[in-house]
Design a protein around this ligand. Structure first.
Ligand SMILES: Nc1nc2c(c(=O)[nH]1)N[C@H]1C(S)=C(S)[C@@H](COP(=O)(O)OP(=O)(O)OC[C@H]3O[C@@H](n4cnc5c(=O)[nH]c(N)nc54)[C@H](O)[C@@H]3O)O[C@H]1N2
Ligand SMILES: Nc1nc2c(c(=O)[nH]1)N[C@H]1C(S)=C(S)[C@@H](COP(=O)(O)OP(=O)(O)OC[C@H]3O[C@@H](n4cnc5c(=O)[nH]c(N)nc54)[C@H](O)[C@@H]3O)O[C@H]1N2
Ligand SMILES: [Mo]
Length: 692
C-alpha cells in the first residue's frame, strides 16, 4: 500500500482558511487533518472539515452530468454524457449571447473561496460573452463599505496577536462556531488575564463563555458605538495625540456624540445605562493605562438596515483611544484587503467590450421575475449557478423559488450534490471538491497565502469549475489564448510577486510548503497610514457625503423593529435572526448525516415570556411567519434569546427541513444602508404553536 500526505487548504467560507494534511492510501483520501506547523491552524480542525472525506465520498455525490426529466423543482433527472450536456448548453446560450448577452447571468458565491475555482475561468467566460455582472453582496459588502470609509480597506489587527490583548470585545460574532482559531487565541488571552465581552442579542455558544454578555436589540450596534463615544469623550478617556496626528473630523464627531447620552443609547439598544457607561470606562480606561484593547467585529452586526454604519461607528473607536498603537490592540473585521491578488488578470476584465449591467445577488428573487424594461434591460433568460445554493441562502425565498420555476428560464447548476437549487436546473454538471482539484487561497481572518494540491483523482466524471468553463468556451467558439491557461498557470499568477507584501511568492514553492505569510507590519496603523483619501482614520468622511450618506457616525434604525415600525410590529412583534449553526457552513454539510444529526432538525429559540404568551412549551412544533412566508421549527424555550427575539440557526436545506422550507422564507430583499447587502437579521415575525 502506498500512503502519501498531501498539502491542502480548506476552501470553505470561513475566516480561518486552515492548512490541511490529507492522507491518501492507494488513491483514496482516508483522513483530513489540520497542519500542526501552520501557525493559525495549529493542527486543529473544526468538526465539519475533519469530516471532509465523508462529504467527498458521500453516496449522493453527483458523478455524471444530468438533464432534467421532471418538472422544475421536482428533482427528477437522467444521466447524460458530457458531450450532450455541453452541446445543449452551448446551443441554448449562443443565440442569447448574440441577441442579448446581458440576459445571461452567472450566479456564484463562496462554496469555494479559491481564487482559481472561484472567479477565474468562469469570469473570463462570462466577460467574453458580455453577460450581466453579478454584484456579490450576500455576505460582507455592508461592513466592508463602512470599514473602508473609515479605515480605507479590509486591513486590521493580525489574528496572531489577539492572545496578547487584555480586553477583547467580540462584537456580532460567534467564533466558537464560525471562527474557531480566533477563539483559541481569545482563550489564551483569557488565561493571561484578559477580559472577554460579547455583544450579541443572543447568548450564543461564545457569549456563554465570555466574562460579560451585552444582549442588545438586533440592528442597534451603531447606537451603542455612539453612546460609547459619548462617554469616552465626556470622561476624557481619549488618546489626544493619536487623534491629532492620525484622524480627521474629531470636532464634528464630538458634537455628534453629544446627541447620544447613555440614557438614549440604553433605550435604543434595549440595555441598561450601566452597561453603556461601564463598557466605555473599561475600554477607554484600559487603553489609557497602556493596555492592548481589541475588537473582533464580525458579520452579525451587518445584516440589518444600518449594517454599514454599525461597522463604521465601531471602526472609529480604536482611533479615539489609540488602540492601534499596539499590535494586539485595534480591530479586525476582515484581513482580505491585505492580499495583493491579480484578479483583473485572473478574470480578464479586459475581455469586456462594454460594461454590462449589474445584478445584485441579494435581490435575485425580484430580478429573476423582472420583465424586460428600459431601466432593467432584458429579462434574465439563462442563469449559470456555481459555488452557491441560492434556493436555500438567498432572502425572500418564495420569490427566488418562483424565479427559478420560470419555464422560459434556462438554468445550469455546477454542484457536488443535488441541492435545493440543483432541483430547478435544466442541466446539472458534477463538480470536483477541494480534494480533487488545485487552488490558491487568500484568507479573511489571517495573513497567509495558501496552496491546495489535488489529493485524489476526480470522482466519477466530475470536473473542476475551471475545466467546465474551458470546455464551454470551446463549445461557444471562443478561441482566445486565455481559455487555454491551465489551473497551474492561473495559480502561478494568482498573487502579485512584485508587491512587497507577496515578495518571494512562487507557486511551486507554495505548493510544497502549503502557506506563506504576507509581509505586513505587526501593528498596521500604529503610526497612522490609513488607506483613506486623507490617509487618516476618517471620523468625518467627505466620500460618504459625496455618496449621499451622513458623513459622520450616525444611527440607521432597522427596517423592521418594534421601535422603528410599530405598525408592522403590531402584527409581527418578534425580531428573528438566523445565524449559522455550528455544524453547517451556510447550506454546505446539511446533507452530511453525522453533522445534520448533531443539529437534529430546525429549531427556534424563544424566550420563556414569549413562549408563555403564545402557549408554546419546549419541544412544541411552531410556525414562524410574516407577509413573505412561513416555515416550521421545533421550539426551544430558553432565555438564550432575549425577550422579543427568536433565533433559528441556519442555513437548512429546504428539502431536509421539517416542512420543506427554511428561515429565508421570512427574510426580506431590503438592502443595507451601504454596500447593497441583504438584511437577513432585520426581520419581524409572529410565531404560533402548531396543533399537534
Ligand atoms: N460553523 C459555521 N461557521 C461559519 C459559517 C457557518 O455557516 N457555520 N459561515 C461562515 C460565513 S459565510 C460567515 S459570513 C461567518 C459568519 O459568522 P459570524 O461573523 O460569527 O456572524 P453571524 O454568525 O452572522 O453572527 C454572529 C453572531 O451575531 C449575532 N447577531 C445577530 N444580529 C446581531 C446584531 O444586530 N448585533 C450584534 N451585535 N450581533 C448580532 C448572532 O446572534 C450571532 O451569535 O462565519 C463563517 N463561518
Ligand atoms: N437566513 C440566512 N441566510 C443566509 C445567511 C444567514 O446567516 N442567515 N448567511 C449568508 C451568508 S453570510 C452567506 S456567505 C451566504 C452563503 O451562500 P453560498 O455561498 O451559496 O453558500 P452555501 O450554501 O454553502 O453553498 C455553496 C455551494 O457551493 C457548492 N460548492 C462548493 N465547492 C464547489 C466547487 O468547487 N464547485 C462547484 N461548482 N460548487 C461547489 C457546495 O456544494 C454548496 O452547495 O448565505 C447567506 N444566507
Ligand atoms: Mo458569509
Amino acid at each position: 500500500m502506498t500512503t502519501t500526505q498531501v498539502r491542502a487548504a480548506c476552501p470553505l467560507d470561513c475566516p480561518d482558511t486552515c492548512a490541511l494534511l490529507v492522507t491518501v492510501e492507494d488513491g483514496v483520501a482516508t483522513a483530513v487533518k489540520g497542519d500542526p506547523d501552520h501557525p493559525t491552524t495549529a493542527g486543529v480542525l473544526c468538526t465539519k472539515v475533519s469530516r471532509y472525506t465523508e462529504r467527498t465520498y458521500h453516496e449522493d455525490r453527483l458523478l455524471y452530468p444530468l438533464k432534467r426529466v421532471g418538472k422544475k423543482g421536482e428533482g427528477k433527472f437522467e444521466r447524460i454524457s458530457w458531450d450532450e450536456a455541453l452541446d445543449t448548453i452551448a446551443a441554448r446560450l449562443k443565440p442569447i449571447a448574440e441577441r442579448a448577452p446581458e440576459a445571461i447571468l452567472p450566479y456564484s458565491y463562496c462554496g469555494t473561496m479559491g481564487l482559481i475555482q472561484g472567479e477565474s475561468m468562469s469570469s473570463r467566460f462570462f466577460n467574453k460573452i458580455g453577460a450581466s455582472l453579478l454584484d456579490r453582496t450576500i455576505c460582507a459588502s455592508a461592513g466592508a463599505t463602512g470599514y473602508k470609509y473609515t479605515i480605507g480597506g479590509s486591513v486590521g489587527t493580525d489574528m496572531e496577536q489577539f492572545q496578547n490583548a487584555k480586553l477583547l470585545i467580540i462584537w456580532g460574532g460567534n467564533p466558537i462556531a464560525s471562527n474557531l482559531h480566533f477563539w483559541t487565541r481569545a482563550q489564551e488571552a483569557k488565561r493571561h488575564g484578559a477580559k472577554l465581552i460579547a455583544i450579541d442579542p443572543y447568548r450564543s455558544l461564545t457569549a456563554e463563555k465570555c466574562h460579560q454578555h451585552i444582549a442588545l436589540l438586533p440592528g442597534t450596534d451603531a447606537a451603542l458605538a455612539l453612546g460609547l463615544m459619548h462617554v469616552l469623550i465626556n470622561e476624557d478617556l481619549l488618546d489626544h495625540d493619536y487623534i491629532a496626528q492620525h484622524t480627521i473630523g474629531f470636532e464634528q464627531l464630538k458634537q455628534r456624540a453629544q446627541e447620544w447620552t447613555p440614557e438614549r443609547t440604553a433605550q435604543t439598544c434595549g440595555i441598561t445605562v450601566d452597561e453603556v457607561v461601564e463598557l466605555a470606562r473599561l475600554y477607554g480606561g484600559m487603553a489609557k493605562a497602556g493596555e492592548p484593547v481589541a475588537i473582533r467585529a464580525n458579520y452579525g452586526v451587518q445584516r440589518v438596515h444600518g449594517g454599514g454604519m454599525s461597522v463604521r461607528n465601531i471602526a472609529c473607536l480604536p482611533a479615539l483611544v489609540g488602540a492601534w498603537r499596539h499590535a494586539a490592540g485595534g480591530m479586525q473585521l476582515s484581513s482580505s484587503g491585505s492580499f495583493p491578488t491579480n484578479k483583473p488578470w485572473l478574470q480578464r476584465t479586459d475581455l469586456l467590450q462594454k460594461i454590462p449591467r449589474t445584478i445584485n445577488m441579494s435581490t435575485i428573487g425580484d430580478d429573476l421575475l423582472r420583465p424586460a424594461s428600459a431601466a432593467f434591460g432584458p429579462a434574465v433568460e439563462a442563469v449559470i449557478v456555481y459555488n452557491s445554493n441560492p434556493l436555500a441562502v438567498a432572502p425572500d425565498s418564495d420569490k427566488v423559488m418562483r424565479g427559478f420555476l420560470r419555464e422560459d428560464l434556462f438554468t445550469v447548476v455546477l454542484e457536488h450534490f443535488q441541492t435545493d437549487t440543483a432541483d430547478y436546473a435544466d442541466i446539472v454538471l458534477p463538480a470536483t471538491t477541494q480534494l480533487e482539484h488545485i487552488d490558491a487561497h487568500t484568507s479573511y481572518g489571517h495573513l497567509y497565502m495558501m496552496a491546495n494540491n489535488a489529493a485524489i483523482a476526480p470522482m466519477g466524471e466530475a470536473k473542476a469549475n475551471t475545466e467546465i468553463f474551458r470546455l464551454l468556451a470551446a463549445r461557444m467558439g471562443f478561441d482566445d489564448d486565455c481559455f487555454q491557461d491551465s489551473d497551474d498557470q492561473l495559480a502561478a499568477q494568482a498573487f502579485n510577486a512584485n508587491d512587497a507584501r507577496a515578495v518571494g511568492f512562487d507557486w511551486d514553492a507554495l505548493k510544497q510548503k502549503g502557506w506563506q505569510k504576507l509581509n505586513m507590519p505587526q501593528a498596521p496603523f500604529a503610526h497612522g497610514g490609513f488607506m483613506t483619501p486623507s490617509g487618516k482614520c476618517e471620523f468625518y468622511s467627505a466620500q460618504m457625503e459625496k455618496d449621499g450618506l451622513d458623513p459622520l457616525p450616525a444611527y440607521v434604525a432597522p427596517y423592521e423593529s418594534v421601535a422603528s415600525n410599530p405598525e408592522l410590529a403590531a402584527r409581527y412583534p418578534l425580531a428573528m435572526i438566523s445565524p449559522p449553526a455550528r455544524n453547517f457552513l451556510n447550506s454546505t454539510f446539511v446533507n452530511v448525516k453525522s453533522l445534520r444529526s448533531s443539529e437534529a432538525e430546525p429549531h427556534l429559540d424563544i424566550h420563556p415570556d414569549d413562549g408563555a404568551a403564545r402557549g408554546i412549551a419546549n419541544g412544541d412544533m411552531v410556525r414562524i411567519f410574516n407577509d413573505r412566508g412561513s416555515f416550521v421549527a421545533k421550539a426551544r424555550v430558553t432565555d438564550k434569546a432575549r425577550a422579543g427575539l427568536v433565533v433559528g440557526l441556519s442555513v437548512w436545506w429546504k428539502k431536509l427541513a421539517t416542512d420543506g422550507k427554511n428561515a429565508n422564507e421570512v427574510t426580506s430583499q431590503q438592502l443595507t444602508d451601504m454596500g447593497r447587502a441583504p438584511t437577513f437579521y432585520d426581520t419581524l415575525v409572529q410565531v404560533e404553536r402548531l396543533a399537534s
